[in-house]
Design a protein around this ligand. Structure first.
Ligand code: ADE
Ligand code: ZN
Length: 315
């Protein structure tokens, strides 16, 4: 089945083998972030962020990012993904400097263009990182606004949801909106309904995760009325301990309530997941079949940050 993925962190999709190879080339010792089998090793969400940032530290040049993007898109294509949106951060690609960001972006766009010919289309969502604070987010938003175009089509925020309020980042979201970018924000993963309301107040059309809306019936009704699309990553939520098992994940209850849910992998090697694995586990847990998956992919196409000809092609 052809799949649409809306929520994939480029650095978080880095295969451990590639990160180890880059570390060896750069004489960096990253042994502390791997377990005995060579997988990423972390204990809980805060530690996950630490390991994620350590792995990212060996991605140091536009060429490294090009290599990473090619690897990630090849793996996604093998999963039947025909369109994917990737979170990329100028804060990791040149430290928020616009000239450096342009170099990283040019290298990534070259790969994205080549991979389109191999059956997978992609777009980049510039993401700021909440625990890096509003000032660094502004630098990212300015990079996003300056490079908004055919490939950079969205702006979002990830990182530690417990830090500050989403509305502390309003300037950045306004800047991105004025540049014509689509908006999404991680919320309702480690924060509850109030955190989701703050993200909605930024004017986003999509939420990264958003699943904890299930804790507030009025909020669920509001999401339905607004038509907000959730980028749900059930395997990520289960791996990070947000829900104790797939059958207890709220995705099916949200869908039954009329919320537009989509399915993505977030950071696949960290969570031992793939798009096929997500679909298989959802089929096992909730009896979802072809019609259910076709529906979530229709919602994903509707919510994608792409132009109309691309949307028509994906339909
Ligand atoms: N960055 C990468 N994965 C993330 C997640 N699950 N939540 C917040 N920020 C992230
Ligand atoms: Zn995410």
């Amino acid at each position: 089945m052809n799949k649409i993925e809306l929520h994939l962190h480029l650095e978080g999709a880095a295969p451990p083998g590639l990160v180890r190879a880059l570390a060896a080339e750069k004489h960096a010792d990253l042994s502390r972030i791997f377990d005995a089998r060579g997988h990423y090793a972390y204990d809980g969400f805060d530690d996950f962020l630490r390991v994620y940032e350590a792995a990212t530290s060996v991605l140091q040049t536009p060429r490294d990012y090009a290599r990473l993007l090619r690897d990630v898109l090849e793996r996604s294509a093998e999963q039947g993904v025909i369109y994917t949106e990737l979170f990329v951060s100028p804060e990791f690609c040149g430290g928020g400097d616009l000239a450096a960001w342009r170099d990283y972006l040019a290298a990534m766009i070259e790969v994205a263009d080549q991979m389109r010919a191999h059956g997978i289309d992609s777009r980049g969502i510039v993401t700021c990182i909440r625990h890096f604070g509003p000032d660094r987010a502004k630098a990212s938003a300015l990079c996003a606004a300056e490079t908004a175009g055919n490939w950079i089509t969205g702006f979002g925020m990830g990182g530690a949801e417990a830090v500050g309020k989403a509305t502390d980042y309003r300037w950045s979201f306004d800047c991105a909106r004025e540049a014509g970018l689509g908006l999404t924000c991680h919320a309702g993963e480690w924060g509850g309904p109030d955190s989701i309301r703050q993200a909605l107040d930024l004017g986003v059309t999509r939420l990264g995760h958003g699943v904890r809306a299930i804790e507030d019936d009025a909020l669920v009704r509001d999401l339905v009325a607004r038509g907000t699309v959730l980028e749900v990553c059930p395997g990520s939520n289960v791996a990070l301990g947000l829900y104790p098992g797939w059958s207890l994940h709220p995705i099916a209850r949200l869908a039954d309530a009329g919320v537009k849910v989509t399915v993505s992998t977030d950071d696949p090697p960290f969570f031992y997941t793939t798009m096929r694995h997500e679909y298989d586990r959802l089929a096992d847990a909730f009896g979802w079949g072809e019609d259910d998956f076709a529906q979530i992919n229709r919602w994903a196409v509707e919510a994608a940050f792409c132009d109309t000809p691309t949307r028509d092609r994906l339909r």
